[in-house]
Every structure is written in structure tokens, then in C-alpha cells.
Design a protein around this ligand. Structure first.
Ligand SMILES: Cc1ncc(COP(=O)(O)O)c(C=O)c1O
Length: 435
């Protein structure tokens, strides 16, 4: 059956893999090989000019990794996909690909994973990419004023870490497009099961596949997708028209990514520049774990969304809780956006404000038994963490204020356990905190 008539749940198990091309192996094999025999000189020439399909060297492409790429490409309705060694590699390569060269800036949401915030502050300016923190990401009508002549992209998370805020991606995409720049969406927390950023106007999507996509806390991986809708021929992005020796045709003429890969210039440029030369390749073993995890994506995210709403309602009614942030709660300021855009749930991440002293908060965390205390999300195991002291610990007091991360914030990532056991665990920890 053709891929575009199959439903999401069928695709996450079958898309991008044909057993007939792999000795009828039902589960995608792990291709533990560095290189691929060229067979003869003509075949090598065809491979090196990308006129014949095939693999050259595992740093830039591998058949197991390609299954993951193709599966996510189809699940997200994208034109192209590339898998990388981590979510941070996916974010870094994407933003460098857009704003490299010393004259580019990116306008970023203030509500982001701490690693992104730190990288934007510490590394990107040294690499020649200026970062501006948007003041009006929640008010797209005012956002256009923050775009400068050298701004090359807007970057947001569709569900923010750690606050679980939601955004009007359609409206933000329109502002970006009206100003000739693309919108990049980190869709890690939502996963393609809950939200399709491309259908809402995003041009490029990044994932940390470490989280809900793979879902078992056992692999670090990242993915970049391109919608195929953004015009990279624009003079704002001359790098996509640069000619490369590595992309020469069979006659030896150098080509640009737009000439060699007109349908997927963005991810192709990541592959043949950033992945090729900076080398954050995903191992085929890790790609296999991510493929395996994807097979149960819908059931896991469904259950995590249901459990998180139960936990959010329990916490909201608790006397030791100041506030709860979770889009599916009726009290959430994001309820209208949630109803409009998140038909399958709000995902497995919430944050709440602990009402008590710092000492009581620490007692609460130390008393947690079933929950793990660690810095991951989207795992089958439930976990919680005091984000301002850990994942977002490097933010200054001012940055925490802008990012709306108060010192009493505790982030929960719901796993797949019985919700009643999770509530029992939280309750006994609250009791001990106030004993
Ligand atoms: C929203 C988000 N994006 C990106 C990342 C980075 O992913 P990785 O740890 O795979 O590099 C994380 C990690 O927590 C994240 O939460």
C-alpha cells in the first residue's frame, strides 16, 4: 500500500522499511559497518556524484539510520530528514545551517530547554550566530518588530521545557514568512503523535529523539526535518547556492545543494557539510533502539498524557502546591490553544510550584521513592527534577525570570506506571516534607 494512504499508527511501525530489501528480515537489521564496497569504478563515480542510490561511509549515511530518517520523514509529512547523534546536534546544525557566516541572528523563544539556552548564550555567538531572546513569542502580532535585517530564523519549542507552555505556531509561522525567514520548531516534547509542526506552518523541525520518540531512556539521538516549503534560493541564504567539490556531477562539475538535491537542500546541506565535517553521526545501534521505541509511540504518549492530566489535577488540588502548568488543565491559560491544536492530549510533561521553604522542597525531592530524580523526559519511568537547580541551573536570576522558571518549580515527566502508585509516592513525599 502507498505510504500516503496509511494511518499514523501503521506508519510508525512500517514506514521507511521494506523487508524484501533486507533478506526478508522483519525487524530492521543493525548495519554495523563503516563502509560499503564500491564494486567497480563506475559504481564509485555514480555514488560520489549522488546519481545512484546507496551508501558511501557511515558517518554520512547508514541503512539502519536511514530507516529511522525515512520513518520520521513520513510521520511528520516532511520532504527530507536527517538523523544525528543528539538533539543538541540537531538544534546546532539546523541553526548554523541557517545563520552561519558571521552575519546571521536567530530570534528565539525565551521558553526553552536549558541546554539550548546555554548553547545560545555561550557557544553560538562565538560561532558567529547572534541570538535574540524574543519578548513577544506569545503575542505574534508584536513579534515582527523584533525581527532584524540579519535575522535568519525564529526558533521555538512547540511544548516548552520545563513549563509545558503552548504556542500559536500558525501565527508565529506567518510572522516569520511575512518577513522572509523560516520557523524552526523543536517538537521534542509533543512528538509527531501529538503535534505536526509542518501542518501548522513550520519550515524545519528538530527532535531530541532521546525523549518520547524513543521513550525508554536508553539512547541519545536527534533528528532534523525539512518541510520542502521554504524557498532557500532567497538571497538571504546564499550558502545554499554555494558550489561544493563534494557535490560534483559525473563530469566533475561542482554543484550546490540546491542543484544536487533540489527537493531536500536543507537536510542535504546538513549531511554533506555539518555531519560530514563536524561528524555528530548517529550509531546504527542507537538508530535501532530509536526505531524500536517508535513502534510503541502512540500507546506510550497516550498513556503518559492521561497520567499527566491525573497528576496535574491531583497537584492542583493539593495544599502544598502553588500552581500547576499543564495545557490540558481547564484552568490553563493555554486551554483554547490546547483545544484547537492538541486533539490527542498534552503529553507527559508538567511543572508545578512547591508551596513551602527551600528546605521542605529538598525534603520532598529526597523523599521521592518510585519517581526517579534525574534529568531526562519522555522515559517509560516517571521522574521529577527541580529544573532551576539542574536542567536550567546555569540561567541567571534575570534569565529565569524571563523564562518564567521560579525557584520553586518542579518538573514531572510521567512514565508508564500506574497513576495511583505515582500519586501515593508524591503524597508520602509531601507528608515527609512537612513532617
Ligand atoms: C526540548 C529539548 N530539546 C532538545 C534537547 C536536547 O536533546 P539531547 O539530550 O538529545 O541532546 C532536550 C534535552 O532535554 C530537550 O528537552
Amino acid at each position: 500500500m502507498s505510504d500516503n494512504v496509511l494511518g499514523f499508527d501503521t506508519q510508525r511501525i512500517h514506514a521507511g522499511y521494506d523487508p524484501a530489501q533486507h533478506n526478508q528480515a522483519v525487524s530492521p537489521p543493525i548495519y554495523a559497518t563503516v563502509a560499503y564496497d564500491f564494486r567497480d569504478v563506475q559504481a564509485a563515480k555514480d555514488l560520489f556524484s549522488y546519481t545512484a542510490p546507496g551508501f558511501l561511509y557511515t558517518r554520512v549515511g547508514n541503512p539502519t539510520v536511514a530507516v529511522l530518517e525515512e520513518r520520521l520523514r513520513i510521520l511528520d509529512g516532511a520532504a527530507g530528514a536527517i538523523a544525528l547523534a543528539s538533539g543538541m546536534a540537531a538544534i546546532s546544525y539546523t541553526l548554523l545551517n541557517l545563520a552561519e557566516g558571521g552575519a546571521g541572528r536567530v530570534l528565539v523563544s525565551p521558553y526553552l530547554y536549558g541546554g539550548s539556552v546555554d548553547a545560545f548564550k555561550k557557544i553560538f555567538p562565538k560561532l558567529g550566530v547572534g541570538i535574540d531572546i524574543a519578548k513577544n513569542i506569545a503575542d505574534p502580532a508584536k513579534l515582527a518588530k523584533e525581527i532584524k535585517p540579519d535575522t535568519k530564523a525564529i526558533f521555538i519549542e512547540s511544548i516548552s521545557n520545563p513549563n509545558a507552555y503552548l504556542f500559536d505556531v500558525d501565527a508565529i509561522a506567518k510572522v516569520a514568512h511575512d518577513n522572509g525567514i523560516p520557523l524552526v520548531v523543536d517538537n521534542t516534547i509533543a512528538t509527531p503523535y501529538l503535534y505536526n509542526p509542518i501542518a501548522h506552518g513550520a519550515d524545519f523541525v528538530v527532535y531530541s529523539a532521546t525523549k518520547g520518540l524513543s521513550g525508554h531512556g536508553n539512547v541519545i539521538a536527534g533528528v532534523v526535518l525539512e518541510s520542502g516549503n521554504f524557498d532557500l534560493k532567497s538571497e538571504k541564504f546564499p550558502q545554499f547556492s554555494e558550489k561544493y567539490y563534494t557535490l560534483r556531477d559525473t563530469d566533475g562539475n561542482e554543484r550546490s545543494v540546491l542543484e544536487a538535491f533540489p527537493d531536500t537542500p536543507f537536510v542535504s546541506r546538513i549531511r554533506f557539510n555539518y555531519l560530514n565535517f563536524l561528524g555528530a553521526s548517529l550509531s546504527p545501534f542507537d538508530a535501532y533502539l530509536a526505531i524500536l521505541g517508535l513502534e510503541t509511540l502512540s500507546e506510550r504518549i497516550d498513556k503518559q498524557s492521561r497520567t499527566t492530566l491525573i497528576l496535574a489535577s491531583y497537584l492542583e488540588a493539593h495544599k502544598a502546591v502553588e500552581w500547576v502548568r499543564y495545557g490540558a488543565l481547564e484552568s490553563s491559560p493555554y486551554q483554547a490553544l490546547y483545544q484547537r491544536d492538541f486533539k490527542k492530549g498534552a503529553g507527559g510533561l508538567l511543572s508545578f510550584g512547591f508551596k513551602g521553604t527551600e528546605e521542605q522542597r529538598e525534603k520532598f525531592i529526597n523523599a521521592i521513592d518510585l519517581f526517579h530524580y534525574h534529568v531526562n523526559i519522555g522515559d517509560a519511568r516517571s521522574l521529577l527534577v527541580n529544573s532551576p537547580k539542574t536542567t536550567h541551573g546555569e540561567l541567571t536570576a534575570e534569565e529565569k525570570e524571563v523564562a518564567d522558571i521560579p525557584e520553586n518549580l518542579i518538573r514531572i515527566s510521567a512514565g508508564l506506571e500506574d497513576p495511583s502508585d505515582l500519586i501515593t509516592d508524591l503524597e508520602q513525599a509531601f507528608v515527609k516534607a512537612f513532617a
